[in-house]
Design a protein around this ligand. Structure first.
Ligand SMILES: CC(C)(COP(=O)(O)OP(=O)(O)OC[C@H]1O[C@@H](n2cnc3c(N)ncnc32)[C@H](O)[C@@H]1OP(=O)(O)O)[C@@H](O)C(=O)NCCC(=O)NCCS
Length: 440
């Protein structure tokens, strides 16, 4: 059964994303995969929640097959396909065929899709002596009519073709197209959905600072860390083809983020429900590329109290944290800091200051789904700094089961007699918490 917090997350995210736009670039091999119809079904559900969806189908494999079957010569130059004028017609045919197949599936979900020529393009021309022939780049997205289609409830599909003002078609990279469309539409999110798109610790070297999910998936990566990620993995002997693909996605994700798309997500189409999970839960099941502000530490307000109480509840039940009442937290609300992701409180802690010039770190809790990400240590650093600013001479904690963890921050076991008077009076003789002290 779904966890209560999970249900609250879904409701919060439905509210947050209603009316916003998500651009999804789908690899064409997803269409032939067993989960294709499930993903399309999920899109129909998302559409019902009021999220606007734009699809940009990749057609790389399909185009290769069509060109080969008609004996049209083509080659890849720097990851860009070049072919003859005659080849362009076959590329169009293949690209539209992929879009049509997606449209057929959407129809089965009673979604009205529309395939359109919203893309103005121009040829890449000749660069360093290489003639890029049929390959073009996006010049402009015809935004007005695309927005109209979305406002009217249609689901636009943009094949990887663009036309010049005189009607000449060019083949454009669907990844680049998806980025241009997401930027032009000021999309909330851009998804790259493809088979095997998982970045896991089993196949990649992942920077220590990056957020890992409990099963070892790279859950989130800042654009600032993309270069170091790619550098680390260039020297590692992973499958070069999948590294090339990932490199392209990460570089495009960075471009999108830097041009204003808040978050880009790399999603594995082999995972059932990967799209809704990525939207409606904080950790998702893919890799999120973000520019900044993924999770912030801030002072707690009264409005946060219910969320903080439910965050602490599982630890109270386990006897790790003391039970606290609403009023008690309200009285000391200024002492608390919380860590928030997308409006959800995922960690909290407090620093209480006593007359004896001592501070107490209390009620530190990190949502179990977010442990091992360094959130706890960042909270500790922040509160220790607060204590120093308030000129306390030492900070203590009372703990039953987490002494080893606090010792990592320089705390050491102390005698209960050293507690400030007010706190010693409240010390529970049955609970027998240990006192750990950090002196400055
Ligand atoms: C303890 C806690 C705050 C750590 O938060 P975090 O953000 O996961 O911290 P970290 O990123 O440092 O990762 C946790 C590390 O501490 C270790 N750890 C977790 N709980 C621990 C405990 N009770 N005692 C010793 N070590 C512990 C983990 O094994 C992990 O080690 P690793 O990095 O070598 O794998 C969090 O697990 C929590 O909220 N626990 C329940 C509440 C609690 O115990 N509060 C303190 C009561 S006084």
């Amino acid at each position: 059964m779904m966890h209560t917090e999970g249900i609250r997350d879904v409701i919060r995210y439905i509210r947050k994303f209603k009316g916003s736009t998500i651009v999804i670039r789908i690899d064409d091999d997803v269409i032939d995969s067993p989960l294709f119809s499930t993903h399309i079904h999920d899109l129909a559900l998302l559409h019902e929640t009021g999220i606007r969806i734009v699809l940009v189908p990749g057609a790389h494999n399909h185009i290769s097959r069509v060109l080969d079957s008609y004996d049209i010569s083509w080659k890849m130059e720097d990851a860009i396909r070049t072919t003859t004028d005659e080849g362009t017609n076959f590329i169009m045919m293949a690209a539209f065929d992929v879009s049509n197949r997606i449209m057929a599936r959407l129809s089965a979900e009673r979604l009205t899709a529309v395939i359109g020529n919203w893309v103005r393009a121009r040829g890449r021309g000749v660069i360093d002596g290489v003639d890029y022939g049929s390959a073009g780049i996006v010049d402009k997205i015809q935004l007005d009519s695309l927005v109209c289609a979305l406002e009217d409830g249609f689901l636009p599909i943009l094949p990887c073709i663009g036309w010049t003002s005189t009607g000449r078609p060019y083949n454009i990279s669907s990844t680049e197209l998806a980025v241009s469309v997401a930027v032009a539409l000021k999309a909330e999110k851009l998804f790259f959905l493809g088979l095997g798109n998982t970045i896991s610790i089993n196949d990649y070297t992942i920077p220590k600072t990056a957020d890992l999910s409990p099963e070892g998936r790279l859950a989130a990566l800042s654009v600032d860390d993309i270069d170091s990620f790619l550098e680390k993995n260039r020297t590692k002997t992973t499958d070069p083809h999948s590294l090339d693909k990932m490199t392209d996605l990460l570089v495009q994700a960075r471009t999108a983020c830097l041009k204003g798309v808040p978050r880009v997500h790399i999603l594995d189409a082999d995972i059932d429900g990967v799209i809704p999970t990525e939207i409606f839960s904080d950790l998702g099941s893919g890799t999120m590329i973000y520019r900044n502000n993924y999770g912030t530490f801030r002072n707690m307000t009264r409005d946060d109290i219910p969320a903080v109480l439910s965050l602490m509840n599982p630890f109270v039940e386990k006897g790790v944290l003391l039970p606290r009442k609403n009023e008690e937290i309200e009285r000391r609300v200024k002492d608390f800091v919380v860590f928030e992701i997308d409006g959800g409180i995922r960690a909290c802690a407090a620093l209480h200051i006593y007359q004896e010039n001592m501070g107490e770190i209390a009620a530190i809790a990190v949502d179990e789904a977010y442990t091992h990400m360094g959130i706890g240590p960042r909270l500790m650093k922040l509160l220790i700094q607060r204590g120093k600013t308030a000129k306390v001479s030492s900070i203590f904690v009372l703990t039953t089961q987490s002494a080893d963890w606090f010792e990592k921050f320089g705390f050491s076991v102390a005698n209960i007699d050293q507690l400030p008077k007010e706190r010693r009076e409240k010390w529970d003789t049955k609970r027998k918490s240990r006192m750990l002290l950090l002196s400055f």
